[in-house]
Design a binder for this molecule. Structure first.
Ligand SMILES: Nc1ncnc2c1ncn2[C@@H]1O[C@H](COP(=O)(O)OP(=O)(O)OP(=O)(O)O)[C@@H](O)[C@H]1O
Length: 271
């Protein structure tokens, strides 16, 4: 087992890197939640984060759009670069970061507004000046939801099924014209059919976006992702510090992992 991620098996460097993570440590107060993370997220690929509960998958995901900034006791060390730009530099506006790096959460969370306004609202706030009807339709089409809701755009976003709500949240994320979409267990509250629909959608989205997904479901990681990062928790120093064990093409992680811990995790021996 290694906590030195310079030594961790790393991704294919021939792919364009969107997000570069260099030696990132994350603290909540005095608690070291993530230690020395080195990871490159490639463009127009789906990257999955897997690992046992508490290993810091969501924490790292939220570092990429500065959502952790909203947590008072959060502190990060190291560097995260977005196309070579330091995401945490003082001149960077976290609101703009969150527009370019959108997020979809575990529980579908549409606004208590109409389906139409769920999409139009964020776009208006972001100063969208184009044809709003066209944006709403395009976003719903991209989220594979248009045909199901085109006749009820004025109905509440809360009136549709959970799976449809999650696709509405994806449409809402897409409407702000992001570059990256972060997904934190986007299917964990969905039934199997809705899950497959969202997985199919993720597959489509990567043509245009870079996707990073946290999932507890290893079948899902192997179905949807191109790259997989396996994290584990180190309990040896009395805490529960997360670290990256192995990062590689999904096929290699699932069929030929280099680390024993990865092998044990994917074969269901812990976690
Ligand atoms: N806001 C917070 N304040 C304090 N500690 C936190 C906070 N958020 C997360 N943690 C701690 O940081 C560690 C990593 O949590 P995180 O949610 O990132 O892990 P995870 O791998 O996504 O877990 P899970 O799979 O259970 O969602 C855990 O020990 C957790 O208790």
């Amino acid at each position: 087992m290694t906590t030195d991620l310079h030594k961790a098996d790393s991704a294919d460097t021939s792919l364009d890197t969107v997000l570069r993570t260099e030696g990132v440590n994350v603290y909540y107060g005095k608690f070291l939640a993530l230690k020395d993370i080195w990871l490159d997220i490639p463009k127009n690929q789906v990257t999955a984060f897997i690992g046992p509960s508490g290993c810091g998958k969501s924490t790292l995901l939220r570092c990429y759009n500065r959502l952790n900034d909203l947590i008072e006791i959060f502190r990060a060390e190291g560097k995260i670069y977005y196309y070579g730009e330091n995401l945490y530099a003082p001149e960077i506006d976290p609101v703009e970061v969150r527009r370019r790096i959108g997020m979809v959460f575990q529980k579908p969370n549409p606004f208590p507004k109409s389906i139409y306004d769920n999409i139009a609202f964020g776009a208006k706030i972001n100063g969208y000046k184009g044809d709003m009807d066209e944006l709403v339709e395009r976003s719903l089409r991209q989220a594979a939801l248009w045909d199901e809701v085109k006749d009820k755009l004025r109905q509440s976003g809360l009136s549709i099924s959970g799976g449809q709500q999650q696709r509405l949240c994806i449409a809402r994320a897409v409407a702000t014209q992001p570059d990256v979409i972060l997904m934190d267990e986007p299917c964990s509250a969905l039934d199997p059919i809705s899950t497959l629909q969202v997985e199919e959608l993720i597959h489509q989205l990567k043509k245009q976006y870079t996707v990073v997904i946290v999932t507890h479901n290893m079948q899902q990681a192997s179905r949807v992702s191109d790259m997989t990062a396996f994290f584990n928790v180190n309990t040896s120093e009395g805490g529960r510090t997360g670290y990256l064990v192995e990062y590689d093409h999904t096929e290699s992680i699932f069929q030929n992992p280099k680390q024993q811990a990865t092998q044990e995790y994917i074969s269901g021996r812990f976690g």
